[in-house]
Each structure stands twice: as structure tokens, then as C-alpha cells.
Design a protein around this ligand. Structure first.
Ligand SMILES: Cc1cc2nc3c(=O)[nH]c(=O)nc-3n(C[C@H](O)[C@H](O)[C@H](O)COP(=O)(O)O)c2cc1C
Length: 206
């Protein structure tokens, strides 16, 4: 059964990033009528930050873990299982202070797991997630970060790099920029993003 995992990062009830993700989910469901959708809003239901017990457990070989160490990884294991099972990963995030909200970073810290989603080699880390998993990322920004912008977008380069490190290759971004400008300008950017959504290819088991 095709599975879509949506990670939503805005705490706002009228979030544009969530609206875009939900529009894509509708589009995806039109092609996968029996598909499974799992949603997590990591701002409204935060995942824990990493602590020393987590780090010790994650870097202990699975066979050698104590019951306490296994317990320290329960949340992370569940989040990793969800991610591995998903054919399509949707991330919906506002830009906050040029990057992603800390709540989304907390999710990334939980799913970047040695020997589950990446492994160390003699040269560099190597991703363990399927390169054919589809990733669609919706971002919303108050300003704009395209050619000629005086500000630097740390969000897209960071997300591309960390997801690539985990093995993901099929990564598409849809940005709704200028949300801090007049209602007309903001609306035009949202409308353009909505149009992109219907152009996005749908992947997943039939
Ligand atoms: C705490 C905070 C930090 C923000 N930082 C930026 C920023 O660095 N650059 C930017 O263009 N917009 C910034 N914004 C504006 C948001 O990205 C913009 O309002 C976005 O549309 C919100 O997305 P949402 O509707 O999905 O919550 C910030 C907004 C907040 C609340």
C-alpha cells in the first residue's frame, strides 16, 4: 500500500506551509485512493531533543544495548520506521530566521540514525534510505531569496544536504515566498505554488 508521511512544522492554525502540504496530499490521494497518510505536526506535538542517554544508546551496537538504552530510542525508532515505510515524504515548513524551525530540526536529529538511516564508511557517511523515495518540501517565507536577493537561504541547502546524507535523491522544493508583503503579492506566490503542486509527479506503490 502506498504511504505518504507528512511532517508539518508550523504552529500556526492558518499556516500557509500546512495548506500547501494538505493540497499536495489531496493531489496524492487522487492517485492513491487506498493510500495511507501519516501526518505529524512537530511544532504542535514536539519530538524530544537528543540527550546523553539517546546518544549513548544510538552509538551502541543494537545487539549490545541494555533495556534502558532500548527505551531511550523508542521514539526515534518509531519515527525512523515511519520514514522507512513511506514512499513519499512531505515536509512543510516556514522559514524562521533564515532556516527551519527548531521543532523540525529536532525531528531530523531523531531520524538521522547511525546504522538505520546512514552508516559511516572509511571516507564519508553513506545514506541507507531508498534513493527512489519521493521527497516534496514546501517552504513559506516572508521575503524572497531568489536571484538578486540580499539575504541568503540557509533552509534549502541545509535540507538538501542532510536528506542527501541519508540517501535521498528525489527531492523537490516548492517555495511560497513574499508572504510578508501585500495580500495581493502574497496571494500570487501562494497561487503559483498551488499550480506547481498539480504538476508534481506522484510516486508510490499502486
Ligand atoms: C519566528 C519567525 C521568524 C521568521 N523568520 C523569517 C526569515 O528569516 N525570513 C523570512 O523571509 N521570513 C521569516 N518569517 C516569516 C515567515 O517565514 C512567513 O510568515 C511564513 O509565511 C510563515 O509560514 P506559515 O504560514 O507556514 O506559518 C519569520 C516568521 C516568524 C514567526
Amino acid at each position: 500500500m502506498a504511504t505518504l508521511l507528512a511532517i508539518e512544522a508550523s504552529p500556526r492554525s492558518a499556516a500557509v506551509s500546512t495548506e500547501l502540504a494538505e493540497r499536495f496530499i489531496d493531489h496524492w490521494q487522487s492517485g492513491h485512493e487506498d493510500g495511507i497518510v501519516i501526518r505529524r505536526n512537530v511544532s504542535l506535538e514536539p519530538v524530544p531533543l537528543l540527550d546523553e542517554a539517546w546518544i549513548e544508546a544510538a552509538y551502541t551496537a543494537e545487539a549490545d544495548r541494555t533495556p534502558e538504552q532500548r527505551a531511550a530510542l523508542v521514539v526515534s525508532d518509531q519515527l525512523v520506521d515511519e520514514l522507512i515505510a513511506a514512499d513519499t515524504l512531505v515536509i512543510a515548513t516556514p522559514m524562521w530566521n533564515l532556516n527551519i524551525p527548531a521543532a523540525l530540526k529536532a525531528w531530523i536529529d531523531q531520524i538521522a540514525r547511525v546504522d538505520r538511516t546512514f552508516k559511516f564508511t572509511n571516507t564519508a557517511p553513506s545514506g541507507l534510505l531508498s534513493p527512489s523515495k519521493q521527497v516534496v518540501i514546501f517552504t513559506t517565507r516572508g521575503g524572497s531569496y531568489g536571484y538578486g536577493s540580499a539575504m541568503f537561504d540557509y533552509q534549502e541547502p541545509y535540507l538538501r544536504a542532510v536528506l542527501r546524507l541519508l540517501g535521498l535523491r528525489d527531492i523537490r522544493f516548492v517555495h511560497a515566498e513574499n508572504q510578508g508583503f501585500s495580500p495581493e503579492v502574497a496571494r500570487a506566490s501562494r497561487d503559483a505554488a498551488h499550480e506547481w503542486i498539480t504538476e508534481l509527479p506522484l510516486k508510490g506503490r499502486a
